[in-house]
Design a protein around this ligand. Structure first.
Ligand code: ZN
Length: 109
């Protein structure tokens, strides 16, 4: 990967950076679509409280329950969560939090 990146010229890199910024912004918008303001607040709180822990698998996180006594596996891209709401195929804020974190960390990968 490093080898092929080194072959790219400056112009290409600048274009890629622009595209990447647009993509990240779009992905953020996409990530929060279909979620309520209350869910967005809870997702932000979960992230800032350190309640969303990355696993060694890309895009898979462990979310700590609001009472802190349980944790659920969350697949960001697939939008799947193992919490009680997620198991009933409802959109939960764990998925939203995982998506938000996934979007902002993918740049670095
Ligand atoms: Zn959930």
């Amino acid at each position: 990967m490093a080898d092929s990146l080194a072959e790219l010229d400056d112009m290409t890199l600048r274009v890629l950076a622009l595209l990447d910024d647009t993509t990240v912004a779009e992905q953020r918008r996409e990530a929060i679509r279909d979620f309520t303001t209350a869910q967005i607040d809870k997702a932000r709180e979960l992230i800032s409280d350190g309640g969303l822990v990355p696993t060694n698998r890309a895009g898979i996180f462990r979310a700590v329950s609001s009472r802190g006594d349980e944790s659920y596996l969350v697949a960001a891209e697939a939008g799947i969560c193992a919490c009680p709401a997620g198991l009933h195929e409802r959109r939960c804020y764990h998925v939203l939090a995982a998506r938000l974190v996934n979007v902002s960390t993918r740049r670095a990968a």
